[in-house]
Design a binder for this molecule. Sequence first.
Ligand SMILES: Cc1cc2nc3c(=O)[nH]c(=O)nc-3n(C[C@H](O)[C@H](O)[C@H](O)COP(=O)(O)OP(=O)(O)OC[C@H]3O[C@@H](n4cnc5c(N)ncnc54)[C@H](O)[C@@H]3O)c2cc1C
Length: 427
Amino acid sequence: MTTHQSELTIIGTGMAGMAAACFAADNHIRTAQIGVNSGMIYASGFLDLMGVHPVATGQTRENPWQAIAQLVEDVPDHPYARLRPSEIETAMTRFLHFMDEADRPYQFSPGRNTEVITPVGTTKLTYAVPRSMWAGAVALKEKRPCLITDFIGLKAFSARQITDMLLPRWPEIRMLRIPFPSGGASADLYPEQMARSLEVEKNRLQLADAIRPHLGNASAMGLPGILGIYKPRRVREHLEKLLGVDIFEITTIPPSVPGIRLKDALEALVTRKGVRLISQKRVLSAERQKNGNFILGIGDHGSKTIEQIIESRGVIMAGGRFLGMGLHAGRKEISEPLFNLPVFQPEDRALWHRTDFFDPNGHPINQAGLEIDDAFRPTDLAGKAVYDNLFAAGSILAHQDWMRQKCGAGLAIATAYGAVQAFRKMC
Ligand SMILES: Cc1cc2nc3c(=O)[nH]c(=O)nc-3n(C[C@H](O)[C@H](O)[C@H](O)COP(=O)(O)OP(=O)(O)OC[C@H]3O[C@@H](n4cnc5c(N)ncnc54)[C@H](O)[C@@H]3O)c2cc1C
């Protein structure tokens, strides 16, 4: 079996793995990356940096930087505390630049979070918004006359629910439900198929003709996240031209087209940047050699047969928590299956969850993960780095609850940046 050499290997193709691969490639590090589908295809596409702190009171924060400063004071073990604010900012700025390079641009308001509409008609604060959704944030802020359109047969999105939820604070929001012009005879519509169909100009013309008579005084229009898979900008701009209003997407319930687009765009970008991306495979075994290099066995999760080997000078673990399978929740304890690293966790399984599912403090299991030192290296029980060339990033890290803190993407991107910087320093 051939052994491939790499300077750095990244385990995981979620947000943390993808960000780490981009940062590594930009630093001219010879990089390999391995992973199967991550939670990214279920994600909204929003990049949260810090939206809620403290979680116990559910306090939403308009200024993510002030929130991070407060968090680091209150929770000194949080992974954000391993980075200076200027490093977190650099990580976010560079990542947004990568998204421009990938032709999936984002927009944000410097220094503050933006309020955006969710698929269920609530709103949330996020840091960076896909360009295709930005006009929705503006329309919401300015309470512009707005039409939300959905389609008969599309179950993943309800314009009625969204308008009903927002009407009390947005008097000029209305809804429209129409058949999808190129929907065919099928009773059910699926966002991905609709998005593909709108790549075709004829279908966009038909859609615009169907909507035009209902626009009234609307100056903005929201559609489910179906505006193209490969050329979303062209699809949206064409519809805007045809209808003469600002058009924005609201993501559907998962799996979402914006999430699929993000995944496809990042995979194409890292490949273009020269990363050796081994997709739909897992790292099945990891061993450290006498010279310090890691030997990683790669193969299918199902068959467990090792198909190729990578020898690597350093490794970044970005395997996620339970969904990504970077951590394993067994009958008695939570373990890290690849390197058998110590996992920070509640002392007893009975303490994993609180009795109230909606307990505002969250569940202790959502703070479980790898503890790291200032160089993003997983530590042993004495707080010492287990290996000098093994790093970790993203949701696999302990002492954070990204879902409640609304910091999923930001945490992934910032810690990926920190881990790559630490690898560079080590070399
Ligand atoms: C439904 C949903 C909605 C979300 N919405 C938002 C949002 O609105 N805003 C936001 O900022 N964030 C959101 N997120 C969070 C965000 O997308 C990321 O999931 C989160 O930031 C964690 O990313 P990660 O890369 O650390 O882990 P994961 O996304 O879990 O990725 C882990 C990766 O590691 C791989 N892996 C694990 N073990 C191995 C192995 N042995 N070998 C090879 N590969 C391995 C997995 O296959 C996977 O590719 C959402 C996530 C979900 C699931």
